[in-house]
Design a protein around this ligand. Sequence first.
Ligand code: CP
Ligand code: NVA
Length: 296
Amino acid sequence: MVRSLLDVDDLTATELDTVLDRAAELKAHGDGQPLEDQTLGMIFEKPSTRTRISFETGMTQLGGHAIFLGPDDIHLGHGEPIKDTARAVSRYVDFIMARVFDHADVVELAEYATVPVINGLTDDAHPCQTLADLLTIRERFGGFDDVSVAWVGDGNNVCQSFVVGAAMADLDLTVATPEGYGIADNVRKRAAALGTEPETTHDPEAAVADADVIYTDVWVSMGQEDQREQKLADFEGFQVDDSLVGDKTVMHCLPAHRGEEITDDVLESDNAIVWDQAENRMHAQNGLLTWLAEQE
Ligand code: CP
Ligand code: NVA
């Protein structure tokens, strides 16, 4: 069966460990060119810095090649149904990575593709970010056992995949969002089924009280620009600033909106491990790609 990664729980907890181990190994030692002559098709409906460059560079490092397919480059969803794109593209490439708005679109891509489909971010999930985040936490703290993370901000795509990944890694997590911006019920239920539902609160100070790490992301995600004014008002009090952080470690998937969800001071401080997170996107994805290549 062709394996895809639409969210982190498409892996078992053991497989997640294997992918992270492999990512760490590739980061430390490389592994020749295991994906020689293989091609990744990268479909983007939204902009990207990290996802595009980390996948493209990663494929080069692994001996393969990546093709960038931006919103004006292919017919996806406009001149051609998704299921037709999925089947045609699968005849050329060995993996498809897709960044789209509607999560149902990556589900449909994976249903019809005959090669692995990797979710490079949808409105609901960002599993590749979670793989990198877990790798970064493991590097920093030596494991997940004695680490406590507080998510402060929007219960968005990055948060939702992190909730699922944290449940699988048995990582202690509290999620603080304003009312009305919490994680979806299906995410909460999946996390509970995987072993650990996160604590939830609307109080950022309470959420971080016992945390080692504070993780945040933008309040206005791509595609939500028309909600900007409302969200800036609703998220007042949720900014990750010096007084909230103290000596805690700070994570952010980037891009950051300085002066909104995080201050410039915090992002530029030694507490922030955001550049390690960004670098680890590539290593985590290299681990995932080489693992996926062996599953067929
Ligand atoms: N974190 C992340 O996915 O960044 P990009 O939007 O730059 O790809
Ligand atoms: N929540 C953000 C993440 C960007 C990587 C967005 O969807 O725009």
